[in-house]
Design a binder for this molecule. Structure first.
Ligand code: SF4
Ligand code: SF4
Length: 100
C-alpha cells in the first residue's frame, strides 16, 4: 500500500526549486522522449507532489535513465522544468538513499 509522506516534497524542494505543479498531464513529454520514458515526468513528478516517496524510490532506475536532453522540456506547454526536476530528484536520492 502506498503511504503519503507529507514531508517528502519539502525534502526534495530543500535542495532547490522543484517545479511540477503546472503539469497538465498532456503526455507530450513522454511522446517526444528519445528514451521512451513514459513515467517521467508526469507520473513521477505527481508522486513527488503527492508525497508518495515509496513510489519514487521504486522507480529509482528511471530517474537515472533520463539523458537530461530537454526534448520534453522544449515541448512542454506548461513550461515545467523537467530536466532540472530530474536533477533535483537525483540529488535527493544520492544524498538520502545512496548516501554519496
Ligand atoms: S509535457 Fe509538460 S504539461 Fe505535458 S505531461 Fe509533460 S510535464 Fe506535464
Ligand atoms: S530530458 Fe529525460 S525525460 Fe526528457 S526527453 Fe530527455 S531523456 Fe526523456
Amino acid at each position: 500500500m502506498t503511504v503519503a509522506n507529507p514531508n517528502f516534497v519539502e525534502e526534495v524542494k530543500k535542495s532547490n526549486e522543484f517545479n511540477a505543479s503546472a503539469c497538465m498531464n498532456c503526455g507530450v513529454c513522454s511522446a517526444v522522449c528519445p528514451m521512451g520514458i513514459e513515467l517521467l515526468p508526469r507520473k513521477l513528478f505527481r508522486y513527488v507532489l503527492l508525497g508518495f516517496k515509496d513510489k519514487v524510490l521504486e522507480n529509482k532506475e528511471t530517474i537515472y535513465s533520463c539523458l537530461l536532453c530537454r526534448m520534453c522540456e522544449a515541448n512542454c506547454p506548461a513550461k515545467v522544468h523537467i530536466a532540472e526536476n530530474v536533477r533535483l530528484l537525483r540529488y535527493y536520492l544520492n544524498k538520502n538513499v545512496f548516501r554519496v
